[in-house]
Design a protein around this ligand. Sequence first.
Ligand code: AMP
Length: 307
Amino acid sequence: MNKLVIVGTVAFDAIETPFGKTDKILGGAATYIGLSASNFDINGAIVSVVGGDFPEEYITMLKEKGLDVSGLEIVPEGKTFFWSGKYHNDMNTRDTLATELNVLADFNPIVPEDYKDAEVVMLGNLHPIVQMGVINQMKNPKLVVLDTMNFWMDCALPELMEVIKKVDVITINDEEARQLSGEYSLVNASKKIMSMGPKYVVIKKGEHGALLFHGEDMFYAPALPLAEVFDPTGAGDTFAGGFTGFLAKTEDYSFENMKNAIIYGSALASFCVEKFGTERILDVSKEEIHNRLHQFKSLTQFDIKIT
Ligand code: AMP
């Protein structure tokens, strides 16, 4: 069974959307990535840190999902990373109200010994120095995927650029791609980002789907149009978990197979937004995922006769 190393925040989130408001609930990039990737028959390990305030029941739940948490450090006297955000009425844009790094501020990641030979590494959103620390511990990964956000571009750009040089794939949202590249056109932005290191660029456009770029090749997958979106938090990470989970399972890292990985990622992300936090992604069944993949197929398939 192939192995997937997942690094990212394991967090408390407080979320406000036009549909409601939550107190501190389970969140974090690595949480969403791990839960999403757990839908594939792979060994996934989370490398992250939490404080003594992190409930034991959440750790048990991650284990029950088949995730290895031996790389999840607990700092008993520290506080867990906290993020709070408020979505605008369009649900596509949000304001970050608080980002408290807490135990993440001086986290030294340790990849479990038996995961150092993993083929796939998913560097979820967190400090680029931590992401680099994970890359440096890996023996010979076949695919390193990086996700990041404007927060790190604003406060740790030089360190982030060093990580970008070393990865195969970067997943990033459209506004962040523009910020990183200084280009408005996403085609030009992807070219500029590829010149920084990655051979593949995935640009996430929320409810407008995702684009994959590789050299001169391009692929587009829509997001499933949904009647109700309750909370988009974690959709990008759930996408990343589906993308890397599928690639780790199939062990095929070609552009052609990445197209399928994007569809898997998009299908899983479409569940994530249906309820608050991790609630929906925690209870999604294999059958529901399969049905949604069929929906994606019929959404995008057509049989035009080009004469
Ligand atoms: P997404 O909606 O996919 O961007 O992911 C939201 C998740 O990212 C939330 O669960 C947050 O805990 C986490 N998050 C928010 N800001 C940061 C940050 N600066 N670094 C790492 N993770 C973050």
